[in-house]
Design a protein around this ligand. Structure first.
Ligand SMILES: Nc1ncnc2c1ncn2[C@@H]1O[C@H](COP(=O)(O)OP(=O)(O)O)[C@@H](O)[C@H]1O
Ligand SMILES: [Mg+2]
Length: 462
């Protein structure tokens, strides 16, 4: 989901916090409410005072009652009054019976006490007659909500604080998990462990942070392939340079000792030209690998390009036959002429190099729906099936086991194994594809190699 982290954060922080504070408020007010009543035990005590006062009034007389009241007032540090109020209706008005029966001077014992009022309320307990009232200011020790401050502190500050700390920690862990993996992967990667990936174990999450991890993985894959390829290229290149360098040294020695100087100078020129070509090809290959370049496209007329390439090949390999089958019209494609002709030239030269003299290499251009196929088919001995993909790897050459057998090789055959690797990168950079396959006779024997290139084509031909 797009911006899913935003939605998760929104759900947790915005919605979660509002719900959380609403709950805290609910719990706090509920707790406060339940703390606002006089304890049952105190209610019983107050009722007992009223009962005793009533008994004293009727059995012992007001004097004894007054003494008793004074004693209680002193004991509870409060005041007590025993009163008999009467209601007088004036101006011929009438108070409803409901008010007369519920009339009181103080608060009923069952009523809620307002915890935030400074003074203590007056409690009103009627005697049996329903008119005489025992009034007592609630003694301080009986006042409810004594721990209100601490409970408020706990409920409204400490509890939200703790829960928010916990929530922050959980959120932090959730956010940090992919970041930590990414940090660890980056560290390992920088230490040279190119196989590390950051998104392993995060596939269940689909958010911006996992997208970051998979972008890192893509980068890691690309960089590690590049580094491994580059290392391999460098190792292969230095290995390949060893032989011509040795030969160069020998030639220089010979020149120094004036032995066959002219011949050796020729050799020096030949070897250094060879090395130059090897290094140029290796650098071009490295450029293709690292830059993945997009070649600048131009309009190329393919049939005449093939014609020129075929004529060059016929000139270079005059003892071979080179045939060209292509539509009898101009075919314009959007391509990079230099890269395309270099790739084709390499493939045609390979075909001819691996084909015995007198035999044919056929080049076939076929128009397809949205592509063009250029196939170079030779009459050499082909390539063992297991190597059909390997021949496109840099410096890959098939070892000649029985060089004296059916494999008749031309003297121009041997190279450094960079030709097809370069051709493949050039064709890929042009948005095309390249594939090698063996051609077989009726007995399943290889009769040659076919290398086919497919390049995109929108069907426009003039
Ligand atoms: N037409 C072909 N027939 C048989 N083998 C081939 C053919 N083209 C290429 N190969 C094999 O593939 C290898 C790689 O070819 P390439 O990249 O052109 O390198 P190079 O020509 O420099 O050896 C060659 O060494 C050869 O073994
Ligand atoms: Mg070659």
């Amino acid at each position: 989901m797009k911006n899913s982290l935003l939605w998760k954060l929104f759900a947790v922080i915005a919605v979660g916090t509002v719900v959380f504070f609403w709950l805290v408020d609910l719990v706090a007010s509920h707790t406060e409410d339940s703390m606002s009543y006089i304890d049952q035990e105190y209610r019983a005590e107050l009722r007992a005072y009223a009962k005793e006062a009533e008994r004293l009034l009727y059995d012992e007389g007001e004097e004894i009652l007054s003494k008793w009241v004074k004693g209680i007032e002193e004991k509870e540090d409060t005041w007590i009054a025993i009163s008999r109020p009467s209601i007088e209706n004036l101006a011929d008005t009438q108070l409803s019976e409901r008010y007369i029966s519920t009339f009181s001077l103080g608060r009923d014992l069952e009523w809620k006490i307002h915890l935030y009022f400074a003074g203590n309320p007056t409690m009103d307990i009627p005697f049996e007659d329903g008119i005489t009232r025992f009034l007592i200011q609630l003694p301080q020790r009986m006042r409810p909500g004594k721990n209100l401050f601490i409970i408020d502190l706990l409920l409204q500050i400490a509890l939200p604080f703790l829960i928010l700390c916990l929530l922050t920690y959980v959120l932090y862990r959730y956010m940090m998990k992919p970041l930590k993996k990414l940090e660890k992967a980056t560290r390992h990667f920088s230490e040279g462990h190119f196989h590390v990936r950051a998104s392993e174990g995060l596939s269940h999450r689909q958010d911006e942070l996992t997208a970051l991890a998979s972008t890192f993985d893509q980068m890691a894959t690309r960089i590690s392939t590049l580094i491994v390829d580059q290392r391999q290229l460098l190792a292969d290149l230095s290995h390949e340079l060893r032989t011509p360098l040795t030969r160069l040294n020998i030639a220089v020695d010979c020149v120094e000792h004036n032995q066959n100087s002219k011949e050796e100078l020729e050799r020096l020129r030949y070897e250094s030209a060879n090395m130059q070509a090897l290094i140029d090809d290796a650098l071009t290959l490295a450029w293709f690998n690292t830059e993945s370049p997009k070649l600048e496209l131009e309009s190329v007329e393919l049939t005449s390009l093939l014609q020129v390439l075929v004529e060059d090949a016929r000139f270079e390999f005059s003892n071979h036959k080179v045939t060209l089958n292509q539509p009898d019209k101009d075919i314009y494609i959007s391509s990079a002429q230099q890269a395309l002709s270099a790739a084709l030239e390499n493939i045609i030269r390979n075909g001819l190099s691996h084909t015995p003299e007198g035999k044919t290499v056929n080049i076939q251009l076929t128009e397809r729906k949205s592509s063009l196929a250029i196939c170079v088919e030779d009459q050499g001995i082909g390539v063992p099936d297991e190597y059909l993909e390997d021949i496109f790897k840099p410096f890959f050459r098939i070892k000649e086991k029985n060089s004296d057998n059916a494999r008749i090789v031309s003297s121009k055959k041997s190279g450094y194994g960079l030709g097809l690797a370069l051709a493949q990168r050039q064709i890929l950079a042009l948005g095309g594809s390249i594939k090698a396959s063996n051609m077989l006779d009726d007995n399943g024997e290889r009769t040659g190699l076919a290398i086919c290139i497919h390049i995109p084509y929108d069907g426009e031909s003039l």
